[in-house]
Design a protein around this ligand. Structure first.
Ligand code: ATP
Ligand code: MG
Length: 690
């Protein structure tokens, strides 16, 4: 007789249960769950992990890859809750063992550091975020003389984007330029030279950028022959949001698990929105045929998230898509409230509308954090942020300006990074120039000296520094020496850095030094939660905390706040009420995307992702006039906009359509005005003196 099945299985539908039970808790043939938004893919994945653990799998041998660190943490908590039902208190210990959960990049960073000595890297490598990469690209560009003489050479950010695209899509430079950066086609040879020099610079400085974390991982499990070794450390490898992986990530999976055994991937081809970063929707479509033993495929069709009117509107948007695997979804969540299609005059009205509706919903009992405002690009929330601030409505913004972008945070992190890896020129330039009397050329000379020495502290101490800077310099050398010797335990050493840095901060940012100091205090709190310096720097670089409306205050952990997010960062999440800003042509689809039909299709999926985040209420807002930012040489300007083309006339009756401020009120006002008898006030004024 078989043991009674755990109660958590009762909460799943038959297909979800199939996916959870596939292989009965043992290492099994590859599994693909492909299904639409809100059908419980992530939930099913959490149950599968829980079921594996309950069935005896070692959590330390489970590799779980998600879209963000936050998603990984939530998954961990969910797994603990589910397993607790069966194994009680032991659940916490086992969930703690689920240490290999995170983004591809974060896991890559850990594995590369571990195997660094075997693959010719120093394990003290530092990781560059996109801004650091752009800075390094810029340094290299100057060295090659590619910026002064050739004024129309692509900007540093564009160079990084092109480079990154080639790496992630494993595509040829010319091909990438033709399809995505046609205005850069004149620079093929120069870009090739630049990228070659950029790679040399990274290696000389012992630096890896985001793309390297995938590139080296892939190379480790293929060319370097470590596939069996690394793959063998994990019995189960599970991936959420598989539709947004690229070729490198697919190659990493097959490199680790050539027969696909133990592999589970989950995703929705209709939600693939990262092709601009080289994501390949073909990855998920081709998955079943990758292995000798074909993958088991499970599809889910019931949506548990949204009410029927919202789901039907979203289905109508995606139904027009050219090519799609997953079928339409159905739900049992009936409602009479249709999604709203709201016309406003311009973006300030849009902001006011959102504030009023958010507060009304709050009054009716829905917390702010169960409501979200989504937009295409980070700068679209500008007017709304101003309005929210004016009305004292707290908010958190995801996918926008990061905590890390602040100069004082960068200075602090660069100090730690420089101490770890004194060859890192981007970090070095930043830190050295904090010291009064050290300018770009001195910093350059110091970095040149550090590039060839084996004794960085000695080199720094002996460097002929100008007399007036000597005292400051000695303090700096002592700091670097302490950090390199690890004279102070983690995380107290970050306080040591802060004490050294504060006078510099006060000198440079007199006006708002106190606010910035509060940020540093917050950084110390984050540090306290990290096991060591390397993990702290890696996690923060790969997945920085988001900016809040109250950066200076304590973290808003227990407070209520509205969520602002780019659509890209809203992936996988859900809220009771959702607003989508600027649902107009030129924004969704973006002006920038109105090129190939592939780009347009991706924009359609983006709107689908946005709409399917809503559980109970959805507002698509369309300003008649909106502001576009310097797009492709057309400059900033106001444009008159019309409703997004993805909502065609035939589907308009799926929406409640309204104008705001409400039409009746302005009609009443006009009627009131018409009723007033004209008087000649001018004559009256004159008459006063006659
Ligand atoms: P997305 O495509 O947006 O990532 P998803 O397919 O991963 O969505 P989930 O986020 O896992 O969907 O689930 C959506 C919602 O439905 C969640 O609130 C989840 O708790 C709920 N849900 C999932 N499965 C069930 C079920 N069998 N019974 C009740 N609720 C469920
Ligand atoms: Mg999900």
């Amino acid at each position: 007789e078989s043991p009674p099945s755990p109660t958590y299985l009762d909460r799943l539908n038959a297909e979800q249960r199939d996916a959870v039970l596939h292989g009965s808790g043992a290492i099994a043939d590859p599994l693909l769950v492909i299904a639409g938004a809100g059908s419980g893919k992530t939930n099913t994945l959490a149950h599968r992990v829980a079921h594996l653990i309950v069935s005896g799998a070692d959590p330390r041998r489970i590799l779980l890859m998600t879209f963000s660190r936050r998603a990984a943490q939530e998954m961990g908590k969910r797994v603990e809750r589910i397993t607790r039902e069966v194994i009680g208190e032991k659940a916490a210990i086992l969930a703690d063992g689920l240490t290999w959960a995170g983004t591809f990049h974060a896991i890559g960073a850990r594995l590369i550091r571990e195997y660094a000595p075997i693959i010719g890297l120093s394990d003290a490598f530092s990781i560059h975020d996109r801004a650091d990469s752009a800075d390094l690209m810029n340094l290299v560009r100057h060295e090659l003389g590619l910026s002064k003489t050739k004024s129309r050479f692509p900007a540093k950010g564009t160079c990084v984007a092109i480079y990154s695209r080639c790496v992630n899509a494993e595509a040829d430079l010319e091909e990438v330029l033709k399809t995505s950066f046609p205005w850069c086609l004149d620079w093929v040879a120069a870009l090739k030279a630049l990228f070659a020099a950029y790679v040399d610079a990274k290696q000389a400085q012992n630096v890896l950028d985001y793309d390297d974390l995938l590139l080296y991982w892939r190379a480790m499990v293929t060319e370097a022959g470590l596939g069996e070794e690394i793959g063998g450390r994990f019995d189960h490898v599970l991936v959420d949001e598989y539709q947004d992986t690229n070729k490198l990530q697919a190659a990493i999976l097959t490199g680790m698990k050539p027969d696909g055994r133990g592999l589970t991937v989950v995703g929705d081809d209709a939600q693939s929105i990262y092709s601009f970063r080289g994501a390949e929707v073909r990855n998920i479509l081709d998955f079943p045929g990758l292995f000798a033993q074909p993958a088991r495929m499970v599809t889910l069709e019931r949506n548990y998230r949204s009410t029927a009117p919202i789901l039907e509107a979203a289905n109508a948007v995606i139904a027009q898509a050219r090519e799609r695997h997953a079928k339409d979804l159905w739900t049992e969540r009936t409602s009479t409230a249709k999604p709203k299609l709201v016309t406003v005059r311009e973006e300030n009205d849009q902001a006011a509308y959102v504030c009023e509706e958010v507060l009304a919903m709050r009054e009716a009992g829905t917390l702010l954090k169960h409501q979200a405002v989504l937009f295409r690009a980070s700068h679209h929330s500008g007017p709304l942020e101003i309005e929210l601030t004016r009305r004292n409505i707290p908010f958190v913004k995801f996918g926008g300006l990061k905590f890390l972008d602040a100069a004082h945070i960068k200075d602090t992190l660069a100090t730690l990074r420089f101490a770890d890896n004194p060859r890192d020129r981007v970090a070095g330039f930043r830190v050295l120039q904090l010291i009064p009397g050290v300018g770009p050329s001195t910093a350059g000379a110091i970095m040149d000296a550090l590039a060839v020495t084996e004794d960085p502290v000695g080199e720094l101490a002996a460097f002929p520094i100008a007399a007036k800077a000597r005292e400051e310099w000695a303090g700096f050398v002592a700091l670097v020496s302490d950090l390199r010797r690890r004279a102070i335990a983690w995380p107290a050493e970050i306080e040591r850095v802060r004490r050294w840095y504060e006078p510099h901060l006060e000198r440079r940012h007199e006006e708002d030094a106190d606010i910035r100091k509060a940020d540093l205090a917050q950084l110390e709190q984050i540090a306290a939660a990290a096991p060591d310096r390397a993990r702290f720097l890696t996690d923060l670089t790969l997945d920085p905390p988001d900016a809040t409306s109250d950066m200076a205050g304590p973290p808003l952990l227990d407070e209520d706040y509205l969520i602002l997010s780019t659509i890209h960062s809203a992936k996988g999440q859900e809220w009771k009420q959702v607003f989508v800003l600027n649902c107009v042509d030129g924004c969704i689809p973006s002006d920038l995307a109105v090129g190939t039909s592939n780009e347009i299709e991706e924009e359609r999926r983006l709107l689908y992702v946005a709409m399917t985040r809503a559980k109970d209420a959805l507002h698509l807002v369309t300003p008649q006039r909106f502001y576009t930012h310097g797009q492709r040489s057309r400059g900033d300007r106001h444009v008159y906009a019309s409703r997004t083309r993805f909502i065609d006339t035939s589907s308009l009756d799926r929406y409640e359509r309204c104008a705001w401020p409400t039409a009746p009120r302005s009609a009443e006002a006009a009627a009131a005005r018409a009723a007033v008898q004209p008087v000649d006030l001018k004559a009256k004024m004159k008459g006063m003196w006659r």
